[in-house]
Design a protein around this ligand. Structure first.
Ligand code: MMA
Ligand code: CA
Ligand code: CA
Length: 290
Protein backbone atom coordinates (compact mmCIF):
# COMPACT_ATOMS: atom_id res chain seq x y z
CA UNK A 1 0.00 0.00 0.00
CA UNK A 2 2.83 2.25 0.89
CA UNK A 3 4.57 1.31 -2.35
CA UNK A 4 1.50 2.31 -4.35
CA UNK A 5 1.22 5.68 -2.73
CA UNK A 6 4.93 6.28 -3.30
CA UNK A 7 4.66 5.54 -6.99
CA UNK A 8 1.61 7.67 -7.16
CA UNK A 9 3.55 10.35 -5.40
CA UNK A 10 6.35 9.95 -7.91
CA UNK A 11 3.86 10.07 -10.72
CA UNK A 12 2.31 13.18 -9.26
CA UNK A 13 5.72 14.69 -8.70
CA UNK A 14 6.73 13.94 -12.25
CA UNK A 15 3.48 15.40 -13.54
CA UNK A 16 3.99 18.54 -11.43
CA UNK A 17 7.53 18.96 -12.74
CA UNK A 18 6.35 18.54 -16.29
CA UNK A 19 3.61 21.01 -15.71
CA UNK A 20 6.03 23.49 -14.15
CA UNK A 21 8.43 23.29 -17.13
CA UNK A 22 5.62 23.89 -19.57
CA UNK A 23 4.60 26.93 -17.54
CA UNK A 24 8.07 28.33 -17.68
CA UNK A 25 8.24 27.65 -21.39
CA UNK A 26 4.95 29.38 -21.88
CA UNK A 27 6.10 32.25 -19.72
CA UNK A 28 9.31 32.55 -21.73
CA UNK A 29 7.38 32.38 -24.96
CA UNK A 30 5.05 35.07 -23.67
CA UNK A 31 8.01 37.18 -22.68
CA UNK A 32 9.67 36.78 -26.08
CA UNK A 33 6.41 37.59 -27.87
CA UNK A 34 5.92 40.63 -25.61
CA UNK A 35 9.50 41.82 -26.29
CA UNK A 36 9.03 41.27 -30.04
CA UNK A 37 5.73 43.09 -30.02
CA UNK A 38 7.25 45.94 -28.00
CA UNK A 39 10.14 46.14 -30.47
CA UNK A 40 7.78 46.05 -33.39
CA UNK A 41 5.66 48.73 -31.80
CA UNK A 42 8.74 50.82 -31.11
CA UNK A 43 9.80 50.40 -34.74
CA UNK A 44 6.36 51.35 -35.99
CA UNK A 45 6.34 54.32 -33.68
CA UNK A 46 9.79 55.34 -34.83
CA UNK A 47 8.80 54.98 -38.50
CA UNK A 48 5.61 56.88 -37.82
CA UNK A 49 7.52 59.64 -36.03
CA UNK A 50 10.12 59.83 -38.80
CA UNK A 51 7.43 59.94 -41.48
CA UNK A 52 5.51 62.60 -39.59
CA UNK A 53 8.70 64.66 -39.25
CA UNK A 54 9.44 64.28 -42.99
CA UNK A 55 5.87 65.15 -43.84
CA UNK A 56 6.05 68.23 -41.67
CA UNK A 57 9.32 69.29 -43.30
CA UNK A 58 7.81 68.65 -46.71
CA UNK A 59 4.71 70.59 -45.72
CA UNK A 60 6.83 73.51 -44.51
CA UNK A 61 8.97 73.48 -47.66
CA UNK A 62 5.87 73.26 -49.83
CA UNK A 63 4.25 76.13 -47.95
CA UNK A 64 7.43 78.16 -48.38
CA UNK A 65 7.52 77.30 -52.07
CA UNK A 66 3.84 78.15 -52.48
CA UNK A 67 4.33 81.49 -50.77
CA UNK A 68 7.41 82.14 -52.92
CA UNK A 69 5.51 81.20 -56.06
CA UNK A 70 2.56 83.35 -55.06
CA UNK A 71 4.96 86.22 -54.34
CA UNK A 72 6.57 85.69 -57.78
CA UNK A 73 3.12 85.55 -59.27
CA UNK A 74 2.21 88.83 -57.60
CA UNK A 75 5.44 90.38 -58.82
CA UNK A 76 4.78 89.07 -62.34
CA UNK A 77 1.29 90.45 -62.19
CA UNK A 78 2.71 93.80 -61.17
CA UNK A 79 5.29 93.63 -63.97
CA UNK A 80 2.63 92.60 -66.43
CA UNK A 81 0.43 95.51 -65.41
CA UNK A 82 3.37 97.88 -65.73
CA UNK A 83 4.19 96.42 -69.14
CA UNK A 84 0.57 96.70 -70.19
CA UNK A 85 0.41 100.33 -69.18
CA UNK A 86 3.76 100.92 -70.87
CA UNK A 87 2.45 99.23 -74.02
CA UNK A 88 -0.70 101.36 -73.90
CA UNK A 89 1.47 104.46 -73.49
CA UNK A 90 3.66 103.38 -76.39
CA UNK A 91 0.58 102.73 -78.52
CA UNK A 92 -0.69 106.20 -77.70
CA UNK A 93 2.72 107.69 -78.54
CA UNK A 94 2.81 105.74 -81.76
CA UNK A 95 -0.66 106.94 -82.75
CA UNK A 96 0.39 110.49 -81.91
CA UNK A 97 3.55 110.12 -84.02
CA UNK A 98 1.57 108.60 -86.89
CA UNK A 99 -0.91 111.47 -86.77
CA UNK A 100 2.01 113.92 -86.69
CA UNK A 101 3.63 112.12 -89.61
CA UNK A 102 0.41 112.27 -91.62
CA UNK A 103 0.08 115.96 -90.84
CA UNK A 104 3.67 116.55 -91.94
CA UNK A 105 3.17 114.50 -95.09
CA UNK A 106 0.11 116.51 -96.03
CA UNK A 107 2.03 119.69 -95.22
CA UNK A 108 4.92 118.47 -97.36
CA UNK A 109 2.67 117.65 -100.30
CA UNK A 110 1.01 121.05 -99.87
CA UNK A 111 4.44 122.68 -99.85
CA UNK A 112 5.62 120.71 -102.85
CA UNK A 113 2.40 121.69 -104.68
CA UNK A 114 3.10 125.31 -103.79
CA UNK A 115 6.70 124.89 -104.89
CA UNK A 116 5.58 123.34 -108.19
CA UNK A 117 3.19 126.25 -108.65
CA UNK A 118 5.97 128.73 -107.89
CA UNK A 119 8.34 126.92 -110.24
CA UNK A 120 5.71 126.94 -112.99
CA UNK A 121 5.07 130.65 -112.35
CA UNK A 122 8.81 131.34 -112.44
CA UNK A 123 9.36 129.42 -115.65
CA UNK A 124 6.29 131.11 -117.19
CA UNK A 125 7.66 134.45 -116.11
CA UNK A 126 11.10 133.56 -117.48
CA UNK A 127 9.80 132.36 -120.82
CA UNK A 128 7.45 135.36 -120.97
CA UNK A 129 10.28 137.82 -120.31
CA UNK A 130 12.55 135.91 -122.71
CA UNK A 131 9.87 136.11 -125.40
CA UNK A 132 9.40 139.79 -124.71
CA UNK A 133 13.16 140.36 -124.89
CA UNK A 134 13.39 138.42 -128.14
CA UNK A 135 10.46 140.30 -129.60
CA UNK A 136 11.97 143.61 -128.53
CA UNK A 137 15.31 142.66 -130.08
CA UNK A 138 13.57 141.55 -133.27
CA UNK A 139 11.63 144.83 -133.40
CA UNK A 140 14.84 146.74 -132.83
CA UNK A 141 16.55 144.78 -135.61
CA UNK A 142 13.66 145.44 -137.98
CA UNK A 143 13.63 149.13 -137.04
CA UNK A 144 17.38 149.41 -137.62
CA UNK A 145 16.95 147.72 -140.98
CA UNK A 146 14.09 150.06 -141.87
CA UNK A 147 16.15 153.06 -140.77
CA UNK A 148 19.06 151.78 -142.86
CA UNK A 149 16.81 151.36 -145.90
CA UNK A 150 15.26 154.80 -145.43
CA UNK A 151 18.71 156.29 -144.97
CA UNK A 152 19.82 154.67 -148.23
CA UNK A 153 16.73 155.99 -150.04
CA UNK A 154 17.40 159.48 -148.75
CA UNK A 155 21.06 159.26 -149.74
CA UNK A 156 20.12 157.89 -153.19
CA UNK A 157 17.52 160.62 -153.66
CA UNK A 158 20.21 163.20 -153.15
CA UNK A 159 22.46 161.47 -155.67
CA UNK A 160 24.67 159.30 -153.39
CA UNK A 161 25.51 155.74 -154.40
CA UNK A 162 24.74 153.17 -151.70
CA UNK A 163 26.67 150.13 -152.76
CA UNK A 164 29.48 149.97 -150.28
CA UNK A 165 30.29 146.51 -148.92
CA UNK A 166 33.13 145.38 -146.63
CA UNK A 167 36.05 143.59 -148.17
CA UNK A 168 35.28 140.02 -149.32
CA UNK A 169 31.53 140.79 -149.42
CA UNK A 170 29.71 140.94 -152.77
CA UNK A 171 27.20 143.67 -153.52
CA UNK A 172 23.78 142.88 -155.07
CA UNK A 173 20.63 145.04 -155.04
CA UNK A 174 21.42 147.14 -151.96
CA UNK A 175 22.68 144.18 -149.95
CA UNK A 176 26.13 142.71 -149.34
CA UNK A 177 26.70 138.92 -149.34
CA UNK A 178 29.45 136.85 -147.72
CA UNK A 179 29.98 133.26 -148.91
CA UNK A 180 31.55 131.53 -145.92
CA UNK A 181 33.53 128.31 -146.21
CA UNK A 182 34.21 125.86 -143.38
CA UNK A 183 32.41 122.96 -141.73
CA UNK A 184 29.62 124.21 -139.46
CA UNK A 185 26.29 123.32 -137.91
CA UNK A 186 23.46 125.79 -138.58
CA UNK A 187 23.89 127.56 -135.19
CA UNK A 188 27.68 127.90 -135.75
CA UNK A 189 27.05 129.42 -139.16
CA UNK A 190 24.60 131.89 -137.59
CA UNK A 191 27.23 132.88 -135.00
CA UNK A 192 29.88 133.26 -137.71
CA UNK A 193 27.63 135.70 -139.62
CA UNK A 194 26.86 137.66 -136.49
CA UNK A 195 30.62 137.99 -135.76
CA UNK A 196 30.94 139.54 -139.23
CA UNK A 197 28.12 142.01 -138.37
CA UNK A 198 25.79 140.23 -140.76
CA UNK A 199 23.05 137.58 -140.62
CA UNK A 200 22.47 134.20 -142.24
CA UNK A 201 20.96 135.15 -145.56
CA UNK A 202 17.25 135.88 -146.12
CA UNK A 203 16.01 135.34 -149.69
CA UNK A 204 13.11 137.48 -150.87
CA UNK A 205 12.97 137.17 -154.67
CA UNK A 206 13.86 135.03 -157.65
CA UNK A 207 16.53 137.58 -158.71
CA UNK A 208 18.18 137.33 -155.34
CA UNK A 209 17.92 133.51 -155.51
CA UNK A 210 19.52 133.47 -158.96
CA UNK A 211 22.37 135.68 -157.72
CA UNK A 212 22.94 133.31 -154.75
CA UNK A 213 22.72 130.14 -156.91
CA UNK A 214 25.39 131.62 -159.15
CA UNK A 215 27.81 132.45 -156.35
CA UNK A 216 27.23 129.73 -153.73
CA UNK A 217 29.14 126.49 -153.10
CA UNK A 218 27.72 123.61 -155.13
CA UNK A 219 27.85 121.22 -152.14
CA UNK A 220 25.14 123.23 -150.37
CA UNK A 221 25.08 126.11 -147.85
CA UNK A 222 23.20 127.09 -144.72
CA UNK A 223 20.64 129.90 -145.14
CA UNK A 224 18.80 131.91 -142.47
CA UNK A 225 15.51 129.99 -142.49
CA UNK A 226 14.13 127.57 -139.86
CA UNK A 227 10.95 126.21 -138.26
CA UNK A 228 12.24 125.88 -134.70
CA UNK A 229 9.29 127.11 -132.61
CA UNK A 230 6.28 125.79 -134.53
CA UNK A 231 6.75 122.78 -136.78
CA UNK A 232 6.22 123.73 -140.42
CA UNK A 233 6.16 127.48 -139.71
CA UNK A 234 9.35 128.75 -141.36
CA UNK A 235 10.74 132.10 -140.22
CA UNK A 236 13.64 134.18 -141.64
CA UNK A 237 16.40 135.52 -139.39
CA UNK A 238 14.75 138.96 -139.15
CA UNK A 239 11.59 137.20 -137.81
CA UNK A 240 9.67 137.81 -141.03
CA UNK A 241 7.57 134.93 -142.34
CA UNK A 242 8.23 133.04 -145.51
CA UNK A 243 7.10 134.94 -148.62
CA UNK A 244 9.13 133.89 -151.65
CA UNK A 245 10.19 130.21 -151.52
CA UNK A 246 12.31 127.85 -153.60
CA UNK A 247 11.73 124.40 -152.08
CA UNK A 248 12.92 121.33 -153.88
CA UNK A 249 10.03 119.04 -154.85
CA UNK A 250 8.84 117.07 -151.80
CA UNK A 251 10.43 119.51 -149.31
CA UNK A 252 10.12 120.51 -146.56
CA UNK A 253 9.46 117.03 -145.13
CA UNK A 254 10.83 117.20 -141.55
CA UNK A 255 12.42 113.79 -142.17
CA UNK A 256 14.04 111.45 -139.64
CA UNK A 257 14.48 112.80 -136.12
CA UNK A 258 13.10 116.19 -137.29
CA UNK A 259 14.49 118.77 -139.70
CA UNK A 260 14.15 122.39 -138.60
CA UNK A 261 17.01 124.20 -140.41
CA UNK A 262 17.14 124.98 -144.11
CA UNK A 263 19.97 124.59 -146.60
CA UNK A 264 20.32 125.77 -150.13
CA UNK A 265 21.49 122.92 -152.33
CA UNK A 266 23.90 123.22 -155.28
CA UNK A 267 20.90 123.66 -157.59
CA UNK A 268 19.78 126.60 -155.42
CA UNK A 269 16.67 124.71 -154.25
CA UNK A 270 15.94 124.45 -150.59
CA UNK A 271 15.70 121.43 -148.29
CA UNK A 272 14.97 121.28 -144.57
CA UNK A 273 17.69 119.26 -142.77
CA UNK A 274 18.71 118.27 -139.23
CA UNK A 275 20.13 121.41 -137.52
CA UNK A 276 23.05 119.38 -136.10
CA UNK A 277 24.26 118.36 -139.57
CA UNK A 278 27.58 119.76 -140.71
CA UNK A 279 27.69 121.70 -144.03
CA UNK A 280 30.79 123.14 -145.64
CA UNK A 281 29.34 126.51 -146.59
CA UNK A 282 27.08 129.26 -145.29
CA UNK A 283 25.90 132.60 -146.69
CA UNK A 284 25.54 135.87 -144.75
CA UNK A 285 23.90 139.12 -145.80
CA UNK A 286 23.78 142.73 -144.55
CA UNK A 287 22.65 146.05 -145.92
CA UNK A 288 25.05 147.89 -148.18
CA UNK A 289 26.16 151.30 -146.91
CA UNK A 290 26.37 154.60 -148.76
C1 MMA B 1 16.72 112.95 -148.15
C2 MMA B 1 15.34 113.58 -148.06
C3 MMA B 1 15.47 114.97 -147.48
C4 MMA B 1 16.20 114.95 -146.19
C5 MMA B 1 17.56 114.25 -146.34
C6 MMA B 1 18.26 114.12 -145.07
C7 MMA B 1 18.71 112.99 -149.41
O1 MMA B 1 17.49 113.63 -149.13
O2 MMA B 1 14.52 112.81 -147.23
O3 MMA B 1 14.19 115.56 -147.29
O4 MMA B 1 16.34 116.24 -145.69
O5 MMA B 1 17.38 112.99 -146.90
O6 MMA B 1 19.57 113.66 -145.25
CA1 CA C 1 10.72 120.88 -139.18
CA1 CA D 1 14.13 117.56 -145.78
Amino acid sequence: MEETSYSEFLKLHRRQRHCCRRGIQLLLLGLVVTVLCAGLLALILLWHWETARNLKQLEEATAQKVSQVSKDLERHKGDQMAQKSQAAQMLQDMERIQAEQKRMESQESELSRNLDGLRADLSNLKSHSLNERREALDSLGRLQEEVGKLWMEIRESVGSVCNICPEEWIYFQKKCYYFGEGTKKWIQARNACSKLHGRLVSIRSQEEQDFLTKHSNKRGSWIGLRDLDIEGEFIWMDSSPLGYSNWQLGEPNDAGQGENCVMMQGSGQWNDVFCGSYLNSWVCDRLATC
